[in-house]
Design a protein around this ligand. Sequence first.
Ligand code: ATP
Length: 358
Amino acid sequence: MVSITIDNVSKRFGKTLALDNISLHIEAGELFFLLGSSGCGKTTLLRHIAGFYAPDKGKILFGKDDVTNTPPHKRNTAMMFQSYALWPHMSVAKNVAFGLEEQRMQKQEIRNNVSEALHTVKMAECSERKINELSGGQQQRVALARALIVRPRCLLLDEPLSNLDAKLRLEMRSEIRRICKEFGLTAIYVTHDQKEALSIADRIAVLDSGTVSQVGTPQEIYRSPRSKSVAGFIGETNFVPGTVKASNADGRVEVTTRHGSFIGRKASPAWEPVIADSVTLSIRPEAFTVSESNSETNSITGKLASLTYLGEIAQYGIAMEGDTLLQVAELNPSILHHPGEVEFHASVDPDDVVIINN
Ligand code: ATP
């Protein structure tokens, strides 16, 4: 188990600045996610940690050791890719044993370690099967066993579940967390799948165009996005433009919008709002409560334009003034509202209105 520090790392490929002065600290034993859209620099950063790339600028530390110039095989990391890079015609046990054979460990010791690793990933019964006789999920478990068996200081996972179907992805993501915690591993996990990150991460770094937009726990990232790009990337949200009307002593801010007045909380604690500042409200669809009537603040009234019923949830599209469509989601709906209803009301708690300074 080791902590990892990325200190002002930059990397350029030709005209592309893939990493732009990235600094992060990952605690020992943490399951840390790098999350962001395609091309934001996630894999490039992971490859720097593995040692496949050297930064143009900056340092990478494992604990207190500066590993910036240490070759990959001396960093004692294990990497798991989307394609599991297993040998299809070899047995499961042979695939898993490979790393230890390279280390010239004794045969009996290898057998014991292979058996333990396969047991951890619940594949002990398949040890003599060939890789090409396994399902995608089983292959993924073998790849994980092979990564774990070398007792890495740090496990690096690059979109490890992207080849699996939706049900297996769900199952495997909690398995990955269980195994990382059981082994006390520092793990860095790259994905563009926000649900994967929210569901199992200890902390998440959201990357955008080679920079870190925000670092936080899943709940911090989801409930308190610091910027429009983070709010828009993680989950669904409604953006409502407005201007600051008042800044209250309790830290709440009141904002005037074309859909009415809203009280909410600041996205960034450091921001000192000034009257008439231009802001954007971020309100999650599920933060609204469908109501009977309109109230003075924190509520919307519009025309119901669409209904999508998904059983546990009803999604409403509300046509507001000025061609704006707001999304409202109601959990466990008992009475459904149907498009065409002239007046649809919904309200939102100030805690669920995040005010982002433009
Ligand atoms: P994805 O989710 O699509 O894998 P990513 O966030 O992992 O994307 P990277 O693969 O890190 O993104 O790429 C970041 C940027 O650097 C992209 O613009 C990419 O085209 C560029 N890039 C990455 N590797 C190289 C390379 N070896 N040579 C040139 N450009 C590269």
